[in-house]
Design a protein around this ligand. Sequence first.
Ligand SMILES: CC(C)(COP(=O)(O)OP(=O)(O)OC[C@H]1O[C@@H](n2cnc3c(N)ncnc32)[C@H](O)[C@@H]1OP(=O)(O)O)[C@@H](O)C(=O)NCCC(=O)NCCS
Length: 278
Amino acid sequence: MPFLPLRKIPERATRNVATEWLDGLSAALADASTDRADLCRRTLTPLFFPQYADNWETAVEDATLDHATRLALAAMDPRNVTLEPEYYGDCDDERFQRVKPLLWLWYSFDRTPIGGQNVWLGVELRRILAKYIFKRCGDNFKAFQNVEFSFGYNMDVGDNVVIHRHVLLDDRGCIVLGNNVSVSDYANIYSHTHSIVDQRDVTNATTVIDDGVRITYHATVLAGVHVHEQGMVGAMAVATKDVRPYHVYVGIPAKSVRVKPNAPASRNVLRTSSDRQT
Ligand SMILES: CC(C)(COP(=O)(O)OP(=O)(O)OC[C@H]1O[C@@H](n2cnc3c(N)ncnc32)[C@H](O)[C@@H]1OP(=O)(O)O)[C@@H](O)C(=O)NCCC(=O)NCCS
């Protein structure tokens, strides 16, 4: 296979405007007295409805505007929307309400003309927000568009982690991502599961993805699974059990088909009793 590192491309002409916009957001978030719901609304309204940016409150109450416009305007403020985790019995509401405005800003930005597939700005914005949403967010975090979380506050993320498009990170029971982890497009990582008898019987279990792991396209990792260092879950695989270090697992349920050629000798052998079951 050819070696194809990412290219460097010229900065866009709007880089200074974007940097100032991001700096303003960063400064507001760094100020503990900032009302995050207001900040979200003040950030989103000019993006969606610039004509109402200076009179948002009166416009929402304006009975001469049609209902849809007023509802769309109201949704700029996260207090006027409900997110699915708010209905979960195990949601720590105090923690969730702290991160909800930032999640709503993240998700909504992805639906704006300047968001979506606009790579540089989106990555920079999400990097800022992740620091205030996650339990821990290491350096150089990179998330592309349409990533979704459950609580967000149960994400424990190391350095140089990349999350690609349309990934679901269900951190209800906690997700730990080590350093240099890559999660490819449309992958799902879960940390909660339901009883097959009673849907309301929910088990949360921490899912751990160790350093250097790649969860590839459309793969799913079930709750409580530990994908060990440098392991790989192949396209469309469903990891129902732990993945051994340096092993490549494919299929449903995922099984090891090979050991990566860079595995140290000690990792290449891997014959513990739990290994033998997989
Ligand atoms: C997991 C993967 C990397 C394995 O590649 P590989 O080490 O070159 O493995 P091979 O292609 O030699 O396949 C080994 C066997 O597993 C099978 N296999 C490979 N990938 C599979 C998959 N995703 N699902 C089911 N079976 C798979 C192959 O058919 C082959 O079976 P066989 O021995 O019966 O013929 C690759 O198939 C894959 O899923 N790639 C997509 C994701 C990717 O490249 N991500 C990188 C960016 S994050």
